[in-house]
Design a protein around this ligand. Structure first.
Ligand code: WT7
Length: 636
């Protein structure tokens, strides 16, 4: 019998040791006993981090939707699979059972097929948090199409870049979306994007807000009439273990977004196994992750991980502040949520609004609280623990990444003693290493370094779509034979990990990963801008906010600075989306640069954080005088 469900700390240590001593044997047992295979593998693992190449369960055949849906029909066909809570609290929640999900996924899959979508084709999904979003992922997986979900807060330019990079054939979108008291016209954003997307032949449109939109003849169609006509049976495409399942874009510190490619079998096994243990899911528990499916958290822990375990997973369309700041807690009470998984930025925003919003609701159903996306500060951790969990629901601080596919460092609740701000211990099978600047592993406890992983795990991304060299350069070239995460971390006296934050030019704002380069590129498109540099600085709610240093061209210097600030944020909103807007913009005469012409962001970060007492060594700068110029401006 394999250890699918870990129940105490002793068992964790024992299983962990086994997973590290003999990974092939361990993962083979988990895969064998808990999933549905059309054909078993010939080889559990082959890997070479120098190429890099990683293959799990090679030779196996399966379809992930048979694991997430079909196999539950006999045992729990009438159980709610997806519990949809609409934006408007007066609209009824929708309980989609496993049986209904089966039919709806098959109908959707048949519509895709009728439109000519085949195994290996890329389908872009740009939808709000409505059931069709989850269903469209599964429909693609049913027929072997590769889904590429783009978060519906991204702009038309960002959407077009992602569609073109992976040469999608189809877009699935809606007439619009609800977001609190606002409605957003998603279809126009798609129309604008598609002016530059030659590979798109079809657009399927979900009716959500019943707005008056135009459908482009020969390209756009309403989805519902097609679904109504489609058969509720669709044979699952038999996929090889390493066939692509999806592409999901994430920001890099330079260049365009990276299309991380995840494959089928390893991703399924790892997301299912982590979901079961990190959330200790049992019986008829109701599990709610507040993320958007447009991010990896939603892919792995709203859709695939929970459904592979036959769980009930809540999907919430709205925002925490609508109709007021008690909305999350009302939903917890209404649906008797047992596991609740959110981001530190949401916790901080809710904490600021005071306890009255919490106290009016019965939160006694909660058993486990989760956090993800950025380091959680001590104050937010305690607020969550005291007021939401009432000190009886353990907090799982889960560290992971789009690239890792699943949770990597986390407590196992009720087993691992938690410690505020610590993600604690590596999950089963995960072998972290801390590295020093010289590239040596820092052994022992009470040490700090760059966080790497030294052995493959089943759900790791296999490549960057269309650019394997970039995959190698970004993740496997900093430290020999290791996957480099881009994060710094420390290990305390008992071996617990604390993630200290990014060590590269990625900035995490409200839990969203933003690269500096694309934002700087957007700003530089403003006709009055000569050059710019973006850094993060601490922000009470967002964790980090963006601070832009902008050098104007001669022609721009006479312009009204307030107007320029507005225009710069407009360009960013158009090119990337409102999440990348700058909180502060400082117009400067110069930027501190090294002799090789690289911007010294370390100094800019300090100035932005109001920490100018110790700027470190500036002697290597090409232009040390600009630093004082920038500081003088701030001091006025
Ligand atoms: C980066 C990955 C995977 C979930 C959503 C974010 C940061 C993530 C934690 C945590 C401290 C965290 C890291 C990581 N991060 N979780 N529990 N504690 N930092 O996915 O957009 O790919 O971002 O988020 O810096 O590298 P992502």
């Amino acid at each position: 019998m394999s250890n699918y469900h870990i129940k105490n700390l002793e068992e964790y240590f024992q299983v962990y040791r086994r997973s590290v001593r003999n990974p092939e044997n361990f993962w083979e047992e988990i895969a064998e006993e808990h999933f549905l295979w059309r054909k078993k593998w010939d080889n559990v693992l082959s890997w070479d981090f120098t190429k890099p190449e990683v293959k799990w369960f090679e030779g196996a055949q399966l379809n992930i939707t048979e694991n997430c849906i079909d196999r539950h029909l006999v045992t729990r066909g009438d159980k709610t699979a997806i519990l949809f809570e609409p934006n408007n609290p007066n609209e009824d929640a929708e309980h989609i059972t496993y049986k209904e999900l089966y039919k709806r996924v098959n109908q959707f899959a048949n519509v895709l097929k009728d439109k000519g979508i085949k195994k290996g084709d890329r389908v872009c999904i740009y939808l709000p948090m409505i059931p069709e979003l989850a269903i469209s992922l599964l429909a693609c997986a049913r027929i072997g199409a590769i889904h590429s979900v783009v978060f519906a807060g991204f702009s038309s330019t960002a959407l077009a870049t992602r569609i073109n990079d992976s040469e999608c054939k189809m877009v699935i979108t809606s007439d619009g979306s609800y977001r609190g008291a606002k409605t957003i016209d998603l279809k126009s954003i798609v129309d604008e994007a598609l002016e530059d997307c030659p590979t798109i032949t079809d657009v399927l449109v979900v009716k959500r807000i019943h707005s008056d939109i135009t459908l482009k003849e020969g390209r756009d169609v309403w989805l519902q009439p097609l679904l109504d006509k489609a058969s509720t049976e669709c044979t699952a495409e038999i996929m090889n273990a390493e066939d692509p399942l999806f592409i999901l874009y994430t920001s890099g510190s330079t260049g365009k977004p990276k299309g991380m490619l995840h494959t089928t079998a390893g991703y399924m096994v790892y997301t299912a196994y982590t979901f079961k243990n990190v959330f200790q899911y049992r019986g008829n528990d109701v599990y709610w992750c507040t993320a958007d499916i447009g991010w990896i958290t939603g892919h792995s822990y709203i859709v695939y991980g929970p459904l592979a375990n036959g769980a009930t997973t809540v999907m919430f369309e709205g925002v925490p502040s609508y109709p007021d700041y008690s909305r999350f807690w009302q939903i917890v009470e209404k649906h008797k949520v047992n596991q609740f998984y959110t981001a530190p930025t949401a916790i901080r925003a809710l904490a600021k609004e005071g306890l009255s919003h919490v106290e009016s609701n019965d939160l006694s159903s909660l058993k486990i609280l989760g956090t993800v996306g950025e380091p959680i500060n001590e104050e937010a951790w305690h607020w969550y623990d005291d007021n939401i969990g009432k000190r009886k629901s353990p907090i799982v601080d889960t560290w992971w990444q789009t690239e890792t596919g699943g949770i990597m460092i986390t407590p196992i609740p009720y087993s691992t003693p938690t410690k505020p701000t610590y993600a604690t211990l590596p999950f089963i099978g995960i072998q972290p290493a801390l590295m020093d600047a010289e590239g040596n592993e820092v052994k022992g406890n009470q040490v700090e370094g760059r966080l790497c992983i030294k052995f493959p795990w089943p759900s790791m991304a296999r490549t960057i779509w269309g650019n394997h060299q970039r995959y190698k350069d970004t993740y496997f070239s900093s430290f020999e034979n290791k996957y480099f995460t881009g994060d710094g971390a420390l290990r305390d006296e008992v071996g617990y990990y604390r993630i200290t934050g990014r060590v590269d030019d990625v900035i995490i704002v409200s839990g969203h990963n933003l690269g500096t380069a694309p934002i700087e590129d957007a700003i530089n498109e403003h006709p009055a801008v000569a050059e710019s540099a973006i850094v993060g600085y601490p922000h009470d709610i967002k964790g980090n906010a963006l601070y832009g240093y902008v050098i104007l061209k001669d022609t721009g210097e006479s312009r009204n600075q307030e107007n320029l600030r507005i225009e710069i944020n407009q360009i960013i909103t158009e090119q990337i989306g409102p999440i990348a807007k700058l909180d502060k913009i400082q117009f400067t005469q110069g930027l501190p640069k090294t002799r090789s012409g690289k911007i010294m962001r370390r100094i800019l970060r300090k100035i932005a954080s109001n920490d100018i007492s110790n700027l470190g060594d500036t002697s290597t700068l090409l232009n040390p005088e600009v630093v004082q110029g920038i500081i003088d401006q701030v001091l006025v």
